[in-house]
Write a protein that binds this ligand. Structure first.
Ligand code: NAD
Ligand code: WQD
Length: 339
């Protein structure tokens, strides 16, 4: 059995990926410093899978402790999720973001080198595209100058990975550029747990529907889009988790033509903010009070993925419908609130 070490595995996307890896027959070791998560996600993963997955509470910035994890476990590949991810926070605290996101990856790559681990999948983001001049965004659409330190760390990490793969013949790397991950596991045992006021749309929608927030602000209805609100590509977190399994399978089998590859992970379908709210209300039979306010600084008008490369090369495609995803998001919120 191949063993996969996942950093940030107690987080939103990492926990769902741990479940899909176990379902695909991989052994999983979870590493997380719990800076933006807690043990409930690890317990949820163990419950869903019935596997007593090892958990290591380690900070990837602590190179020595990270190396010890690789001594304790046989590792065939790494999926590196661990990072800080708040765009707004990164503007206020850039050095924390540069330190955590860059140093974590550098340490992971160095320790992998020492331990002879030759495969890594990295969590990148559609944020690297900014506002593409033509849509949908393909992997060869230009990366535009980042508008936040967070976005900059994703570009820099992609480059660190590309250069490290180029310099090390035995190493292969994949950057997955996620579009807008949303939803929760259908069991409602794991999901997204934002701390404080959510910055992202779907957690704000679910909390407003639950009565935790009074009203949802829709940031701008004067965009050049069919209903005036911004367009995004919302990808179900379980589909996203499965894209990691497909990417790993390919790299572990040595099927990648280039040793460093980049794939978009989205649905390929644009959805507007108002469209998402209406779908959520219809599917779940619940109201989401909202008001239109001004645009949010730094937001792009529209971005969605051309997913053909992942579809053809990884044999992966998004399968869950927006309705299923929004129902799962609501079931998770209700469980968290004891509703
Ligand atoms: P998350 O915050 O839920 O998960 C990240 C996990 O990493 C957390 O459990 C946190 O405790 C852990 N972590 C952070 N720094 C660490 C460190 N130094 N050592 C060990 N653990 C550490 O975030 P997520 O939404 O699951 O995102 C996972 C990855 O995907 C991140 O790299 C993020 O930038 C990227 N990404 C997320 C989105 C999104 O919208 N959620 C979109 C694109 C890319
Ligand atoms: C989606 C749409 C908002 C909240 C961010 C990061 C990106 C990536 C994913 C990590 C936008 C609108 C939102 C609200 C609203 N993360 N909105 N009211 O901005 O596309 O992407 O998360 O890599 O890097 O920038 O996602 O969920 O914040 O917003 O109207 O209360 O919903 O303006 O149009 P975004 P989001």
């Amino acid at each position: 059995m191949k063993n996969i070490l996942i950093t940030g595995g107690a987080g939103f996307i990492g926990s769902h990926t741990a479940v899909e890896l176990a379902a695909a027959g991989y052994g999983v070791v979870i590493v997380d410093n719990l800076s933006n998560s807690d043990m409930t996600a690890v317990e949820g993963v163990r419950r869903i899978t019935g596997c007593d997955m090892p958990f290591e509470q380690v900070d990837c910035c602590d190179r020595h402790s990270l190396a010890e994890v690789f001594d304790r476990h046989r590792v065939d590949a790494v999926i590196h999720f661990a990072a800080y991810k708040s765009v707004g926070d990164s503007v206020a605290r850039p050095l924390e973001y540069y330190r955590n996101n860059l140093l974590s990856l550098v340490n992971v790559l160095e320790v992998m080198g020492e331990a002879g681990v030759r495969h890594i999948v990295f969590s990148s983001s559609a944020t690297v595209y900014g506002q593409p001049s033509s849509l949908p965004a393909t992997e060869s659409s230009p990366r535009l100058p980042a508008t936040s330190p967070y976005g900059n760390t994703k570009q820099m990490c992609e480059d660190i990975l590309r250069d490290t793969v180029a310099a090390n013949e035995g190493l292969s790397g994949v950057s997955l550029r996620y579009f807008n991950p949303i939803g929760a596991h259908p069991s409602a045992l794991i999901g997204e747990l934002p701390r404080g006021v959510p910055a992202n749309l779907v957690p704000f929608v679910t909390q407003t529907a639950a009565g935790v927030r009074e009203v949802l602000s829709v940031f701008g209805d004067d965009y050049n889009t069919p209903d005036g609100t911004a367009l995004r590509d919302y990808i179900d977190v379980v589909d996203l988790a499965r894209a990691h399994v497909s990417a790993l399978r390919r790299t572990l089998a040595g099927e990648n033509d280039a040793r460093y590859e980049v794939f978009n992970v989205g649905t390929g379908a644009p959805v507007s903010v108002l469209g998402l709210i209406k779908a959520f209300e219809r599917v779940n039979g619940v109201r989401v009070p909202y008001r239109i306010v001004g645009r949010r600084a730094g937001d792009v008008e529209a971005v969605w993925a051309d997913t053909s490369l992942a579809n053809l090369t990884l044999g992966w495609r998004a399968e869950r419908t927006l309705d299923e995803t929004l129902a799962a998001a609501w079931a998770w919120e209700r469980r968290v609130r004891g509703m």
